[in-house]
Design a protein around this ligand. Structure first.
Ligand SMILES: Cc1cc2nc3c(=O)[nH]c(=O)nc-3n(C[C@H](O)[C@H](O)[C@H](O)COP(=O)(O)OP(=O)(O)OC[C@H]3O[C@@H](n4cnc5c(N)ncnc54)[C@H](O)[C@@H]3O)c2cc1C
Length: 455
């Protein structure tokens, strides 16, 4: 066998790369990892973590207003953007350090710099001290994704989600363009923090791919919070004026803004990675093509996480990393299941979902039974808020198995995580019915849905 410097070389120190490197090194494998930016990748630096912190911040606005109905008098709240940014940055810096420590403790050699493939067993890393050529038995590409903005007049004036956490000035008027979960989350967060948010989406409804009823429900709730959500609305051009930015919309109307966020999709991070040199095959938008064991078209090169543009979520990248390490260096028994992946959207209110939408379930199972309820939660009988909650179950009629579970309401992700275990285990509607509720909670509604809404 050829003599390689490392058994496993990982390019990208984000969710998938760090997990793979750490797990492999803990198993006694000689591992190195190259990261060009901050350790932790998208999730830690410009994704899940800062976003959730800002979502918490935004929820305080509701809490201050709602407190009055519960007997509290709070003074006039004042929001300090600089303080939030500074406190967030401190948390993220601490997390960067923890990631570095975890890798070092596991025995991973960390290389700070841009890495590119030379061939199936060779990587070149550009570090501060020069260019290093390194060989490895296996190479993992875990380089993630990056925001993509379409070409149009005025494109240079827009920002992507990467810049939103550190905006120098908090925008009074924010326009968010896009209808995916990142667009909706930023619209909710900045509206909550006090911006006047207009969200423009050229499609029929936001959150394509989610359950239709959830999409309509959350759109209505977001509008109630003050987001000016406009559907069938596209941007033709953006110009800078003395008052900020002016958007000309596809219908000819104009709209003023201080900041315009384009959250119109993400593409795999593959530029300058040397894929052509090594002969790694790519699919749509440059996504790296892999087989069931994350192997690319080159025998010794693997890829996982967002760069493969499949399910772009941190826990999926982590699951894939553990399955790959087990396949390469373990007993190969660990498998990554792609069915019943739960997920949350941190809009206000949150969405939590696992399994099939009603439409997808009808397409896959044929006959389905739908149970649903929307109601004003107990808390809002005193809070003065008009927010409503939606809970919904989609049941495969033939087997009685619950195949879709959806919620729009406070802490929906927290609620749905537990139900995801039951659904992975194949829980039927009869099992849900025989489960005792926890009273009084929102979550108990999922085990007390008795009457079918439709078949
Ligand atoms: C705004 C936003 C919010 C999100 N919220 C959530 C959420 O709430 N929940 C959730 O599950 N997911 C969320 N995600 C998605 C999640 O962040 C990604 O799915 C996850 O980070 C993917 O992990 P990864 O390892 O594939 O890539 P990444 O985490 O993106 O890591 C890739 C790393 O590779 C490095 N890199 C790239 N090319 C090179 C190179 N040639 N050499 C050296 N280093 C390189 C990059 O600098 C980066 O650090 C969010 C994403 C965004 C943008």
């Amino acid at each position: 066998m050829a003599d390689f410097t490392y058994d496993f070389f990982v390019i990208g120190g984000g969710s998938g790369g760090v997990r793979a490197a750490r797990m492999a090194a803990q198993g006694g494998v000689r591992v190195a990892l190259a990261e060009a930016a901050a350790l932790g990748g998208t999730c830690v630096n410009v994704g899940c973590i800062p976003k959730k912190l800002y979502s918490y911040a935004a929820h305080y606005a509701d809490a201050f207003t709602e407190a009055a109905g519960f007997g509290w008098d709070v003074g006039q709240p004042r929001f300090d953007w600089e303080r939030l940014k500074k406190n967030r940055a401190a948390v993220i810096t601490r997390l960067n350090g923890i990631y570095e420590q975890l890798l070092a403790d596991a025995g991973v050699q960390i290389l700070r710099g841009w890495a590119q493939l030379v061939d199936g067993h060779t990587v070149e890393v550009r570090t501060e001290t020069g260019v290093q050529r390194i060989t490895a038995r296996h190479i993992l590409l875990a380089t993630g994704g990056t925001p993509s903005v379409p070409d149009f007049p005025g494109r240079e004036h827009v920002l992507t989600s990467d810049s939103m956490f550190d905006l120098p000035v908090f925008p009074k008027r924010l326009v968010v363009v896009g209808g995916g979960y990142i667009a909706c989350e930023f619209a909710s967060i900045f509206q909550g923090l006090g911006a006047q948010v207009t969200q423009l989406y050229r499609g029929e409804q936001v959150l394509r791919g989610f359950d239709e009823e959830v999409r309509a429900f959350v759109a209505a709730e977001m509008r109630k919070t003050g987001v000016d959500l406009r559907l069938h609305a596209g941007v033709a051009a953006i110009t800078r004026t003395k008052d900020g930015l002016e958007l000309t919309l596809a219908d000819g109307s104009t709209l003023g803004a201080d900041t315009v966020l384009y959250a119109t999709g993400r593409v795999p991070n593959v530029n300058g990675l040397g894929l052509d040199a090594a002969g790694v095959a790519q699919g749509k938008d440059g996504a790296i093509t892999v087989d069931a064991h994350y192997r690319t078209s080159v025998h010794s090169v693997y890829a996982l996480g967002d760069v493969t543009a499949r399910v772009q979520l941190t826990p999926v990248a982590l699951g894939e990393a553990m399955a790959l390490v087990d396949h390469l260096f373990g007993d190969g028994k660990r498998k990554m299941g792609y069915e019943f992946i739960p997920t949350a959207v941190f809009t206000h209110p949150n969405i939590g979902t696992v399994g099939y939408s009603e439409a997808d379930a009808r397409a896959k199972f044929g006959a389905v039974t739908v149970f649903r309820s929307d109601f004003k939660p107990l808390r809002h009988t005193l809070s003065g808020s008009g927010e409503r909650t939606l809970v919904k179950l989609v049941v495969d009629t033939a087997s009685d198995r619950v195949v879709g579970l959806h919620m729009v309401g406070p802490d929906a992700g927290e609620v749905v995580q537990g139900f995801a275990v039951a659904m992975k285990a194949g829980a039927t509607k009869a099992v849900f019915d025989s489960t005792i509720g926890i009273h009084p909670t929102l979550a108990e509604e999922f085990v007390t849905l008795r009457t079918a809404a439709r078949h």
